[in-house]
Design a protein around this ligand. Structure first.
Ligand code: 44T
Length: 847
């Protein structure tokens, strides 16, 4: 231990302070002693306070105390977390980072807490910083890869790789600047590309703003690397917070922006432009024929847009947004009540949740069928502030779409044309070869509805908050309105009865009025992946089969034991205990309890979802005592997997092993090891084994979504090396069945994770595979066969899977010829799979 009174090496000020303050030295040394003693006594709160005092008063102890301080912080944070003192927890981390601002372990750990609390962006920022401090810190790297998507969303790569889009924006900007727009503001600059275009085109003054901190920092780097740091002023601000002259000296003559999402308005462009017209832009040109310099008036690129919509039938959308199964794993679902996907939109919904999801229609598994022609839902002139203001205050409008094809109504698909100027426009339509996805407004009605030609679909359009909202309200058939949103009236029938006459129609309207109150209380929301899981019959059937087998085996064993030792017989000992630790909504506990003599524990947390399970238990004759909810804190695996009672162990523990995105769940193996200790003899973990499969593919699409491609600068600017720092080697949420790619090998086994026998596990494996055709191996998509027992398994690649797939992107594509052997090195660090590939040129050994 360093001597507290030793003479510090540096700083006259410090020397002076130290010399004149023996009381302070005394305080430091006694505090340090208390800190160490408290740490030994596991009194982490006290230890933390003492360490803080010591390190603030005497930074000279930093090196010496760093490890103990970290330990104290982590232990204390654990305690605070377990009792829900979250604010204090973050205060402690902030204090710790004031002392050790560059400590990668503290940064990473704070990131983990932030992530668990749902602060994903902030978490991502911390992992990124930790990695910058120590690039070979595997924990931070793994965490960073998991969240890099939130820091720099993947579409940035797509957009920068979309040369058509880049060129059109460049042309429009160039023309505007040449026509006199000499002062420019780029709203939502991202990497800074549009601002740089304006500067290159000859603009005198260019300003840019960006609300995301990471993107702002990236834009600064990019602009500097292109020698424009002195000529483009970038602000880390939302445009709505900008004003003249604080942020920019004068109003500008051109605003350029691409703050549009798949639903056009989701990034707040209406509000941003209304604000810009009032505060940041010069007044607009008054009339078409107005003469004079463009430098005296203001305008916006894009000049306007047209939004299109079309009704579609699509099984893939249906199974993710509507509950389609009357029976699941042997349970009757009649009493479930209404289950709705979170992405559902009704005009009365006033929250700010996105009313749509996004998909590339052309890539949906099983395709889609257009039931109407594309219909113009709305046009908007971004250069007309009255029109922009009118849009947000406009009443709900009704639109009628003539049905052209027979089919089931699953969703409205929406896209738009963005008119940059009179000559250049971009379309995000499903037929276009662009980077854009379409906005999908799923129909939320529980019943299916068959549309027929000559029907007219009545759609309500509104734009009262940030989002364009579209909602299918009724169908006009033979002059009658059939409302789509009356569901639970017919619990057992999935087909509504069309109203034969106006009287019935009136009744139906009345029914709507009566039920609207209770409806909002009744329905239970599910994530779209939870909905797809509920609709995944194979999954539930497999669990049902495996559970039935295990439970009947254990029942026989129990019976034998009880008949032998009758004296020790207690009523409860015949009960079997099953714990389902699935994330989110899961029916597996009920399926277990349905076997009889089973007490099942569910980890479903949301009260509405718990109510659904209770209702289903009742209606499926499962005694109320046989279903319990495990209310412990989910993060605390130790508590999570405790035994049900002192004398009993678990008969089965169901682990949720693969995330919807296609990755192995974090801490899966730790959970499995813990679970194994808690099993009764003959008990099982479900699944017992996971086999990872993969395939060599050539896919340009995957590359375009992973990094800015090619050696050519983007529009002449050096951007790629900067944004590509955010490239991650694993691509998630992939639909392998519709991925545009060439298969260069058969599917092969990459890795085996044994959850029942830890000794069988390894962390690295080399596999060889022979290519079936020549090409460039760019990626290895992978998926899982989840073995519940030796006979029953589920594949995450199956057609009805609620899982997506993931793919490892190779650092350097590998050129192969048909018949070449490729050596794959597969590594599993914690739950992260990494793959590298090399040509295996060694001659094949002949026996
Ligand atoms: N994604 C489309 C949206 N911003 C594109 O922080 C198409 C999605 C997409 N900054 C697949 C494909 C595609 N003031 O960095 C963002 C954002 C920033 C602002 C300052 C404001 N008022 C705003 C509003 C937004 O602007 C940047 C671009 S916005 C989204 C663009 C390729 N999935």
């Amino acid at each position: 231990m360093p001597n507290a009174s030793a003479r510090p090496k540096h700083g006259r000020r410090a020397r002076r302070r130290r010399r004149v303050d023996p009381a302070r030295d005394q305080l430091v040394s006694s505090s340090l002693e208390s800190a160490q003693q408290s740490l030994l006594n596991q009194d982490y709160g006290t230890a933390f306070v003492h360490y803080l005092l010591v390190l603030n008063l005497a930074p000279v102890f930093k090196d010496f105390a760093q490890d103990s301080f970290r330990l104290t912080l982590f232990k204390w944070a654990e305690e605070l977390d377990s009792v829900g003192r979250i604010q204090e927890l973050f205060d402690c981390y902030e204090q710790a980072l004031e002392i050790f601002p560059a400590d990668e372990v503290i940064l990473n750990s704070m990131g983990e807490h932030l992530f668990r609390m749902g602060f994903r962006d902030e978490a991502a920022g911390h992992f990124h910083k930790a990695l910058k401090m120590k690039p070979d810190f595997p924990e931070a790297r793994e965490n960073f890869y998991r969240v890099a998507n939130w820091l720099v969303e993947r579409w940035h790569f797509l957009m920068l790789n979309d040369h058509g889009r880049n060129r059109k924006y460049q042309q429009a900007i160039q023309k505007a600047v040449q026509n006199g727009c000499k002062t420019v503001l780029d709203i939502g600059t991202g990497t800074g590309i549009l601002g740089m275009c304006a500067k290159k085109a000859g603009a005198a003054e260019v300003y840019a703003c960006e609300l995301s901190k990471t993107m702002y920092e990236l834009a600064c780097e990019v602009v500097a690397a292109n020698g424009m740091e002195g000529s483009i002023k970038i602000l880390h601000k939302k445009s709505l917070e900008m004003e003249v002259p604080t942020d920019i000296p004068n109003r500008v003559s051109l605003v350029v922006t691409e703050t549009v999402d798949a639903g056009l308005f989701g990034e707040g462009i209406i509000e941003s432009l209304i604000h810009a017209w009032h505060h940041l832009l010069l007044p607009p040109k008054r009339g078409e024929g107005e003469f004079g310099e463009d430098s005296a008036t203001g305008r916006v690129i894009p000049a306007g847009a047209a939004v299109f919509c079309m009704a579609v039938e699509c099984l893939e959308i249906r199974r993710h947004h509507r509950w389609c199964a009357a029976e699941v794993g042997g349970l009757s679902m009649a009493a479930a009540g209404e289950l709705r996907s979170l992405v559902s939109c009704s005009p009365e919904q006033d929250d700010s949740t996105e009313p749509y999801t996004t998909e590339r229609l052309s890539r949906l598994t099983g395709g889609y069928r257009a039931l109407t022609e594309p219909f113009t839902a709305l046009t908007i002139d971004f250069n007309n502030v009255q029109e922009l203001e009118g849009l947000s205050s406009r009443e709900v409008r009704e639109m009628r779409l003539p049905v052209t094809q027979e089919g089931e109504l699953d969703a409205l698909a929406v896209w738009f044309q963005l008119h940059l100027d009179e000559e250049n426009s971009l379309s995000t339509g499903p037929q276009e070869d662009t980077c854009w996805e379409q906005a999908i407004y799923p129909v939320h009605s529980a019943m299916s509805f068959g549309l027929k030609p000559l029907d007219e679909l009545i759609v309500e359009v509104s734009c009262q908050d940030t989002y364009l909202r579209l909602s299918c309200v009724a169908v006009l058939r033979e002059g009658h309105r059939i409302y789509l949103d009356k569901r639970t009236d017919f619990p057992n029938s999935f087909k509504p009865i069309p109203n034969p006459n106006p009287e019935v129609e009136l009744c139906s309207e009345l029914a709507c009025l009566q039920t609207s109150q209770s409806e909002s209380e009744d329905f239970c929301m599910l994530e779209y992946s939870e909905m797809a899981l509920l609709n995944n019959q194979d999954y539930h059937q497999s669990f049902c089969t495996a559970l039935t087998k295990l439970i009947s085996e254990l029942k026989v064993k129990n019976r034998n034991r009880n008949t032998v030792g009758t004296a020790s017989f207690v009523a409860d000992s015949s009960l079997l205990y099953v714990l389902d630790v699935s994330e989110g909504f899961s029916l597996l506990s009920l399926i277990a309890a349905h076997q009889g003599q089973v007490k099942a524990y569910s980890t479903v947390e949301k009260s509405k979802q718990q109510n659904v399970l209770r209702r289903l238990a009742r209606s499926n004759n499962i005694s109320e005592q046989h279903l319990e909810f495990w209310l412990n804190h989910t993060e605390d695996e130790q508590g999570m997997l405790q035994r049900p009672s002192h004398e009993k162990l678990w008969s089965a523990i169901i682990l949720d092993c693969v995330e919807t995105c296609g990755l192995v769940r974090q801490k899966l193996m730790e959970k499995a090891s813990l679970a194994r200790f808690l099993l009764e003899e003959g008990g099982r973990i479900f699944p017992e084994k996971i086999v990872v499969y993969g395939m060599l593919v050539e896919s340009d699409t995957l590359l375009l979504e992973s990094a800015v491609q090619g050696r050519e600068p983007t529009l002449g600017f050096n951007i790629a090396p900067f944004i590509n720092q955010f490239t991650v080697p694993v691509h998630v949420f992939l639909d392998f069945s519709t991925l545009e790619c060439r298969h260069l090998s058969e599917a092969l086994e990459l890795f085996v994770l044994d959850l029942m026998d830890v000794n069988k596990n390894y962390t690295e494996r080399e596999v060889k595979v022979q290519t079936t055709s020549g090409g460039r191996v760019t990626a290895v998509p992978f998926w899982y066969q989840i073995h519940l027992d030796p006979d029953v398994s589920v594949s995450t690649l199956s057609r009805n899977s609620h899982w997506k797939q993931a793919a490892a992107i190779l650092q350097d594509p590998l050129q192969v010829q048909a018949g070449d052997w490729v050596r794959l090195a597969v590594k599993l660090h914690k739950s992260t799979i990494s793959i590298s590939a090399h040509l295996d040129n060694a001659p094949v050994q002949m026996d």
